[in-house]
Design a protein around this ligand. Structure first.
Ligand SMILES: NC(=O)c1ccc[n+]([C@@H]2O[C@H](COP(=O)([O-])OP(=O)(O)OC[C@H]3O[C@@H](n4cnc5c(N)ncnc54)[C@H](OP(=O)(O)O)[C@@H]3O)[C@@H](O)[C@H]2O)c1
Length: 265
């Protein structure tokens, strides 16, 4: 058995993971190969990633020790039916949103399955993944997948019931933060600052604030209080956020997104 990682599908998300695995040195170009649907995208991806990319799922599955399902969710079943005789108990990692481990296990019942909810900041090696284990996956598979995905960001293990919440917070989360950056930059522009400068201010403040939360022993409310000192302008801004019920706004954003993620499954 070879120790190759075989990606079924090599789009945006698979490419981000592959780039991270290669640039970190965790894997070499000869350790990873992949498939796409069309010859055109196979040769384009092969050139970009410098790995073997073909359109034959069976061949790649046969020649892999670990299989990563990375097509769109509605293509997973068809791909699994195609490769099921080549799987033979190999570890299956699925990054498809909304596809349960049980659905995969129904087709390849001898395989340990690890379901992953990744996000696009993996493209800049700042990804966030939530993972959950199928019924045959053990600590060994959890450890391997965690180590692998840690090359392109951070990883937390959750239960499968919690994965929709992960989808809402970190899978969809980048879009929420982009929207907040846009809203803040537009607000700055409305008051007379250049949009580009307002955006730089918002972005760097977000990066710095996230690093503060990561690197201090203070709690998040303590950090808020440390900037929003009594009688100052920040206190006025924080009070306005409370008056506009920002916590309710985000509770609803996360709840509705998680509900939709659940409905997709
Ligand atoms: N993008 C995100 O932000 C995000 C976040 C979390 C999870 N995900 C999950 O990641 C998965 C991939 O998403 P993506 O954004 O990377 O999609 P994508 O860019 O559209 O890539 C899909 C890939 O699957 C290939 N493909 C289609 N049918 C196939 C088949 N029958 N056999 C083999 N390969 C096939 C496509 O090849 P062609 O190019 O030749 O068509 C393409 O390489 C999805 O299941 C999604 O739920 C994505």
């Amino acid at each position: 058995m070879s120790n190759k990682l075989g990606f079924m599908g090599c789009g945006e998300m698979a490419s981000a993971i592959i780039k991270g695995l290669l640039s970190s040195g965790f894997m070499h170009t000869s350790d990873i190969h992949a498939t796409t649907h069309t010859d055109k995208s196979a040769s384009a991806k092969s050139k970009i990633l410098k790995i073997k990319v073909i359109t034959n799922n069976k061949d790649i599955a046969k020649d892999s020790e670990i299989i990563v399902l990375a097509t769109k969710p509605n293509q997973i079943e068809e791909v699994l039916q195609e490769i099921k005789n080549e799987v033979n108990g190999k570890l299956i990692i699925s990054i498809a949103a909304g596809v349960s481990t049980a659905k995969i296990e129904n087709i390849v019942d001898k395989s340990p399955v690890v379901r992953v909810m990744p996000n696009t900041p993996m493209l800049v090696s700042e990804g966030m993944c939530g993972i959950c284990l199928g019924k045959l996956a053990t600590e060994k598979e959890e450890k391997f997948v965690t180590e692998m995905l840690s090359q392109v960001g951070k990883v937390v293990t959750v239960t499968e019931e919690q994965i929709d919440i992960v989808t809402a917070i970190s899978g969809s989360g980048p879009a929420f933060f982009y929207q907040i950056f846009e809203d803040i930059a537009q607000a700055g522009a409305k008051l007379g600052l250049d949009y580009e400068k307002a955006l730089i201010l918002a972005l760097q403040t977000a990066i710095g604030s996230a690093k503060m939360v990561q690197n201090t022993t203070k709690t998040v409310p303590e950090l808020v209080a440390s900037v929003a000192t009594k009688g100052g302008c920040t206190e006025v801004g924080v009070s306005e956020m409370k008056a506009l019920n920002s916590s309710n706004l985000f509770a609803e954003v996360i709840r509705k997104t998680a509900e939709k993620a659940h409905a997709l499954g």
